[in-house]
Design a protein around this ligand. Sequence first.
Ligand code: URA
Length: 428
Amino acid sequence: MSPAFDAVDVICTKRDRHELSDDQIRWVIDAYTHGAVADEQMSSLAMAILLNGMTRREISTWTAAMIASGERMDFSSLSRPTADKHSTGGVGDKITLPLAPLVAVFGVAVPQLSGRGLGHTGGTLDKLESIAGWDCNLSNEAMLAQLDEVGAVICAAGSGLAPADKKLYALRDVTGTVEAIPLIASSIMSKKIAEGTGALVLDVKVGTGAFMKTLENARELARTMVDLGTDAGVKTVALLTDMNTPLGLTAGNALEVRESVEVLAGGGPADVVELTVRLAHEMLDTAGRGGQDVAAALTDGRAMDAWRAMITAQGGDPDAPLPTARHTEVVRAGADGTLTRLDAYAVGVAAWRLGAGRARKEDPVQAGAGIELHAKPGDVVRAGEPLMTLHSDTPERFARALDALAGGWHIGTESGSAATPLIMDRIA
Ligand code: URA
C-alpha cells in the first residue's frame, strides 16, 4: 500500500507557512515513530515549526498523535484523586522532593514521573539516587500499589509513554530545535496527559537559568500548555516563577536532598518553603481538596512521615548518611557590600562541571558534587566571608567551575536586587 502522504509535502506545507491538516500531523508522527519518515526529514519539519509556529489546533493534534504513539496509564482505580507537578527545569530546583509527600498528606495521590539532568539543570532521579538503596524503576502495578498505600511515588517514566516524543526530543536536542514553544509544550503535555493524572500544576521557570529567558515567552509556553491540558480533560494551572538566581542554597544531588529534608523537618530556605507550600496549595485546589493548612504539615512531622514512607517503599534508607564529596573549595567575597546578583545559569554550569550533572545521557553523576551558597541576592556580605563552597570528588574540576562562575555574581552598594518576586504570574 502506498503511504497516505509524502514527507516532503508535509515539510513544504509548514515551510510555506500553511497549516498542517490533522491527517498530515497524525501521519507524520506515526510514520516517524515507525521509521518511515527519516530523521533528516523530521528535523527539517521541526525547524519549519520553530520558524513558522503552529496554531492551537495543530498543537493539539500534534500532542494527541504523540500520546497515541504509546500507552496511557490509568489511575481511575485509586481511591484518591491524583495531582502532578511539572517544572520546566532550573538550578537548585528540588521542589518535587518535599512537595510530593506534602501533598500526599492531604489525601491526594502524586504520581511523579521524573527524569534525569542533562546540561546545567538537575534531574530529580539523580538527586534521589544519592539515597542508599533507592530505586527509580517501578512496574505500573508497583506504582499503583504505592500510590494507594503511601500516596506519593517519584519514579522513572516507562519506555511505553509517548515514544514519539522520546525520538523527537533526542532529534531536537542535536538540531537546534529544542526552543520551539509548540514542540516544548506538546512534548511535556503528551507525557503528562499519557501519564493519566487528573490535575496538573506547571511550574514554568523564567530567567537566565531557565529555557524561557523572558516573561513574554514563558507566558506563551504556559498558556499553550494550560490550553492543551484543559482540552484533554486534565485540570491544569501554571505558575511562572523566577529562575534568575538558584532556588534555595544548594545545587547538586545529595546537597539538594539534604536541603529538602530540612524543609520536611520544618526548616530550610524561605524561597524553597514558599514555592513548596504555594505549589501544594495549587495542586490540592486543582484536585478539589483545597482549604488545608499546608504549612502546618511541614512543621508537625506529617510531611516527613510521608517522605520516609515514600523513600522506604522504593528500597531507600531515609536514615542512611548522604554521600559527601571528597574535596571542597571556598569562594570568598572580594569586597564589603550587598550581593546584588547571583546568576542561576553560572551556578548551574559550575555545579555541572563539578560533577553534579552529565554531558551525555549515559554519563554517571557524582552524588556529593555541587555548590552550597552562603549568601543570596539582597544579603550583606563582608570582604573575605565565604560566598559559596564548591564540592567535588575530583579537585581538577574546580578551575573550570570557577571559570563558569566568573562574572556570575556582583557585590555592590545598591540594595535593590531582591526586588523580583519568586512567583511572577499565574495562568489558568
Ligand atoms: N522538557 C520536555 O520534556 N520536553 C521539552 O521539549 C522540553 C523540556
